[in-house]
Write a new protein. Structure first.
Length: 105
C-alpha cells in the first residue's frame, strides 16, 4: 500500500507543469507517467522495474529543469531532451512487455 502511494506521489510531483516552453515534452512526460502507473496497476511492472523507471523520469525532469534554467531551451537542448524521452519510452515498453510480472496478492 505504501509503495503505491509513494509512486503516485512521485508521479504527481513530476506532473506539475514547467514554466519554459517545452509543451511537447511536458505532454510526453505526462503520457509516460500514465504508462508507468498503468503498468503498476496491471502488475506488468515489478517494484524494482517501477523504481528504475520512476528514477529515469525524475532524471529526465531534472534535465528539463536544467535546460530551462536560463529561460531559453536551445535546439540542441531540445534534441537532447527528446532523445532522453525516446530512451525512457523504450525502457517503459521493454519493462512492461518482458516476462516478469508482479505476483497478484
Amino acid at each position: 500500500m505504501f509503495s503505491k502511494l509513494a509512486v503516485a506521489a512521485i508521479l504527481a510531483a513530476l506532473s506539475l507543469p514547467a514554466m519554459a516552453g517545452t509543451p511537447g515534452l511536458d505532454a510526453r512526460e505526462q503520457n509516460q507517467r500514465e504508462r508507468i502507473a498503468q503498468g503498476v496497476r496491471s502488475g506488468e511492472l515489478t517494484r524494482p522495474e517501477t523504481r528504475r523507471l520512476v528514477r529515469g523520469e525524475i532524471r529526465l525532469h531534472r534535465h528539463e529543469r536544467i535546460a530551462k534554467s536560463d529561460g531559453i531551451v536551445t535546439g540542441a537542448e531540445r534534441m537532447r531532451l527528446q532523445r532522453n524521452a525516446n530512451r525512457m519510452s523504450k525502457r517503459i515498453y521493454v519493462q512492461k512487455h518482458d516476462a516478469q510480472s508482479r505476483p497478484r496478492s
